[in-house]
Structures are given as structure tokens and as C-alpha cells.
Design a protein around this ligand. Structure first.
Ligand code: IPM
Ligand code: MG
Length: 390
């Protein structure tokens, strides 16, 4: 084929992508307000174990949540529902990021507690299906990926608001090989998608007494999309005169997070998808690693809570899944509790986590048989909560 024809083909594919994205804009415009959980008689929590160490650590988080919510589980206000099938085997079999029947079940729940799922990459035995997390974020329109990192003894209390449906991820699996030599990926920013994440970050800051919101982009180079993100940030910041709004480029921000004198000053950070992906791993590392960090994926209708790390298949191969640290999933569970209005229970859980992982630390998880199992750790946590309440 001559290159002119290849270009025509690529243009056609590009046109389809633009149509899909414009449809998404229309959907965003038509979207209602955030769901009010307080008004619900019943809240259904769907639990997907995922792959690798996922089922092991998710089971421990579920136990802890059931313990904290036991009265409301007994009364029927809270229902835990196990959702089978969000596994790499089933996804491979159906060649789907999320098997349609599983997605249907997920959509019948209000919130989802989700263990890590395997993301296939080239060379894996699996078909190269899209990541299940990314697909779920898109399908349920979970636009705000909220990732807190707290290290009280170092004065660090950060909350990252990572945009979760756009940027490099929006059509990340739909780039175009124009010719054998030329590959093109796309990054997408919309006014609606940017406004809602930036507003969510400022609203969080306002509701939680935070005095600073920082935007992170690379708008000096990626002028159209990051430029748009930053312009909208500056516009919306004017509506919050009591909050200091500043912006940094991703490269220097990455450096500043290791600057012990300056990093304490950051509070709420709002950023496009890929920068958020990268910097939240870096931030979690200071807190003790990605195994310690939970993550909330929040949309107006649904919300999903997960660990920020992967499924660690090697740990399972080596028979170590029961030693995997469930703290990431338990922290995700704490975020779930406060999201659906159980703030008192969430606070108890955070407090107990501080006791069990920082101040008292009677059990230590090492990821191997030199440390405690996830189950033993969850028992310790529940005993600690029990003792706090007596
Ligand atoms: C995360 C993960 C995911 C992402 C992967 C597993 C698809 O790294 O939640 O940060 O890139 O968003
Ligand atoms: Mg990541």
C-alpha cells in the first residue's frame, strides 16, 4: 500500500476516535449530580477478588469491613455481594477487558471493592486485552482517582486527585500504527472532564480545611491538552479565593517530592491521568511502598476502591500470597467506608492502622514466611479496634 492510502486509513481511524470522544463529552454534559448514599435504604458493596494476590488481600479487607459494619449487615442496610469472574483467565477466554456478564453484575452494586487484576502486556500468554481497572474506570465513569499518602511523623499529608478517564489513558489501547515505521498514540483532554476533577479537588480542599491545591502538568511542552488542563485550573481556582492555587511541571514536581524541606508544603495535588499514575507510586513509596496505599475511584453514580499496586503473580507462584500485605486493600476499604457515609468506622480503621503499622506494630508483614500472614494481620487489626472501643 502506498503511504497516501495508509494515511487515509489512519485518518479514518482517527475520525472514529474523535467521534467516540465527542460522544463521551455529550454523556458528561448529560450527567446528574453525585449519588447521595444517606438517602439509600440499602447499599450493595460488590467484592471482586481479582488476580494473583488479589483474592487473598481482598478477603482480609472484606473481613475487616464486615466486622466494622456488622450491625448494618445484620439489619440488611449493607449487603456484601461476591462478584465472580473478574479474572485474567475469564477475561482471556472472552477476549474482554471486563466480561459483559461481570460488568452487568458490577453495575447492580453501588460501590465496588476490587482486588488487583493482571494487566496483560506483549509477550504474556494472555491476549493483549485492555486493563480491567482502566476499563472499569471508563465504563463506570470513575473520573476521580483519589490517593492519599500520610506520614504523620514527617508532616506529610497529601491527597492526590488523579484524573482517571482521560489523558493518555482515554484511547491508550487505540493508538495507530500508521505505517510499519510510524506509531501514534493520542492524549485527550475535555473541558467537562477537566472541570469535574479540578472542582472535586478544590471541593475536597474546602471541606477538609486544606489551604493549598497544586496542579501538575507539562503545559510548557504538551501545550494543547496540558495547556487546557492548566487554563481550566486557573479559572476554577478563582472561585476559591481562600485556597492557594499553584502549579508545577511534572519533572520538577517529581524532584520536589524527595525534597524533605519542601514536600511537606503540598496538600492537595490535581493532575492528568498519566502524571497521576507515576507520581502516586513515588509518593506511596515514602509511606512504605505501594503495598500500603489505597485508592478511591469516584464517579457520580458509582465508586470503586482498590489497591494502587498490581497482582504480584510471582508471590502466588512462590506460594506467598497469604503473606501479602493486605493494608492497601484495607485502606481502600477505609476510603469506601467514608465514601458511603460511615465516617466514624473509617476513622476507627485509620486509627487502628496507625497503631498496628506504626506505633505498636506487634505483627510485621514481610511478604514472606518471616512475617505475619494477611489473616493474622487482619485479626490483629480487629482486636485493636475492639480494644479501642472498650
Ligand atoms: C494504577 C495502576 C494501573 C494504572 C494499571 C494497573 C493499569 O498502575 O492504578 O495506578 O496504570 O492506572
Ligand atoms: Mg499506577
Amino acid at each position: 500500500m502506498v503511504s497516501r492510502e495508509k494515511i487515509e486509513l489512519a485518518k479514518e481511524r482517527f475520525g472514529q476516535l474523535l467521534e467516540e470522544q465527542l460522544k463521551r463529552v455529550e454523556n458528561m454534559k448529560a450527567q446528574g449530580d453525585f449519588i447521595d448514599y444517606k438517602s439509600l435504604d440499602q447499599i450493595i458493596i460488590g467484592v471482586c477478588g481479582g488476580d494473583g494476590i488479589g483474592p487473598a488481600i481482598t478477603a482480609q479487607a472484606e473481613r475487616v469491613l464486615k466486622y466494622l459494619l456488622k450491625d448494618d449487615v445484620a439489619s440488611g442496610r449493607i449487603v456484601f455481594r461476591n462478584i465472580e469472574g473478574l479474572t485474567i483467565e475469564r477475561r482471556a477466554e472472552e477476549n474482554a477487558a471486563i466480561p459483559p456478564a461481570v460488568l452487568e453484575e458490577i453495575k447492580k452494586c453501588h460501590v465496588i471493592l476490587k482486588g488487583p487484576t493482571t494487566t496483560p502486556r506483549k509477550g504474556d500468554p494472555w491476549p493483549n486485552v485492555e486493563s480491567a481497572n482502566v476499563a472499569m474506570r471508563k465504563e463506570l465513569d470513575l473520573f476521580a482517582n483519589v490517593r492519599p499518602v500520610r506520614i504523620p511523623e514527617q508532616g506529610i499529608d497529601w491527597t492526590f486527585y488523579r484524573e482517571n478517564t482521560e489523558g493518555a489513558y482515554a484511547v491508550g489501547s487505540k493508538g495507530i500504527h500508521v505505517t510499519e515505521d510510524l506509531g501514534v498514540d493520542f492524549t485527550v483532554v475535555t473541558s467537562q472532564g477537566t472541570e469535574r476533577i479540578i472542582r472535586a479537588a478544590f471541593e475536597f480542599a474546602k471541606a477538609n480545611g486544606k489551604t493549598r491545591v497544586t496542579a501538575v502538568t507539562k503545559a510548557n511542552i504538551i501545550k494543547t491538552t496540558d495547556g487546557k488542563f492548566l487554563d481550566i485550573f486557573r479559572e476554577i481556582a478563582k472561585e476559591y479565593p481562600d485556597i492557594t492555587a499553584d502549579d508545577w511541571y511534572i519533572d520538577i514536581m517529581t524532584a520536589k517530592l524527595v525534597d524533605e524541606k519542601r514536600r511537606k508544603d503540598f496538600q492537595v495535588v490535581v493532575l492528568p491521568n498519566l502524571y497521576g499514575d507515576i507520581i502516586t507510586d513515588e509518593a506511596a513509596e515514602f509511606q512504605g511502598g505501594v503495598g500500603t496505599a489505597g485508592s478511591a475511584n469516584i464517579g457520580k453514580k458509582y465508586a470503586m476502591f482498590e489497591a494502587i499496586h498490581g497482582s504480584a503473580p510471582r508471590m502466588v507462584l512462590e506460594g506467598r500470597d497469604k503473606y501479602a500485605d493486605p493494608c492497601s486493600m484495607i485502606r481502600a476499604g477505609a476510603m469506601l467506608l467514608s465514601h458511603i457515609g460511615y465516617n466514624k468506622e473509617a476513622e476507627q480503621l485509620y486509627k487502628a492502622l496507625d497503631i498496628c503499622t506504626v506505633s505498636e506494630k506487634k505483627l510485621v508483614i514481610t511478604g514472606r514466611d518471616t512475617g505475619a500472614t494477611g489473616e493474622e494481620f487482619a485479626d490483629y487489626l480487629m482486636e485493636t479496634i475492639e480494644a479501642m472501643n472498650n
